[in-house]
Design a protein around this ligand. Structure first.
Ligand code: SF4
Ligand code: SF4
Length: 209
């Protein structure tokens, strides 16, 4: 029937409105900010940068590859790559972001930056109380403000974080296996080279005069 959905919705609203006078369970709103509803796991607001360990800047997973910057639809991410490299969580030398800014006044919370990041380095936060009187400067956040520990990610999105952690463990194991195989091959090559170097040269027969 045409309009059936609207009628059902209005009936539910009326039931909650009238029912809220006699039953607290019918109250669908809270007295914010004194009261707050718990965040649901799939809630998302703006991105943050994940770091491991206790030093936010040293532990940033971001390698400044700029994929998220290129893919961000409203172009609100600004990255400058470092000139030097440092060891990442896999023990490999990587660049890092010398600058990583996000203009939250432009961000539309689409999560595309998270989807395209190959390093589990950027995730969506649930923080929403970001109101400020400084429309531009107050919402332009840098890497120091964006950096949050992996434990924060585990707390706000436990299911997603477990998958991410497993992927990181697998990546580290893969990198370690590759490094071990390379070290083994190098050692075998050195042994072979030494064996060739010490092999006595067979004496050559004298030429007939
Ligand atoms: S957050 Fe991810 S995609 Fe963006 S620059 Fe850093 S590593 Fe690359
Ligand atoms: S959530 Fe979307 S709009 Fe916001 S920084 Fe990421 S890609 Fe850009």
């Amino acid at each position: 029937m045409l309009g059936e959905g609207i009628i059902k919705g209005m009936a539910e609203t009326a039931r909650n409105f009238l029912g809220s006078y006699v039953n607290d369970d019918r109250l669908t709103t809270v007295q914010y900010p004194e009261e707050r509803l718990p965040q649901i796991e799939n809630a998302r607001q703006f991105p943050f940068l994940v770091f491991d360990g206790s030093d936010p800047m040293a532990g940033l997973r971001c390698v400044g590859c700029q994929i998220c910057e290129k893919e961000c639809p409203p172009k609100c991410i600004y990255i400058v790559k470092s000139k030097d490299k440092r060891l990442d969580y896999k023990g490999q030398l990587q660049l890092y972001p010398a600058t990583f800014d996000i203009d939250l006044s432009v961000c539309m919370s689409c999560q595309i930056c998270v989807e395209v990041c190959p390093f589990e380095a950027i995730k969506m936060d649930t923080e929403f109380e970001l109101s400020t009187t400084d429309r531009f400067g107050g919402l332009l956040v840098n890497k120091h403000q964006l950096a949050k520990p992996n434990d924060h990610y585990r707390k706000i999105h436990p299911t997603e974080a477990a998958v991410s952690d497993a992927a990181m463990v697998a990546e580290v194991a893969k990198a370690q296996a590759k490094a071990d195989a390379e070290a083994k091959a190098k050692a075998a090559a050195e042994v072979k080279a030494k064996a060739v170097a010490v092999t006595p040269v067979a004496p050559q027969p004298l030429a007939a005069t």
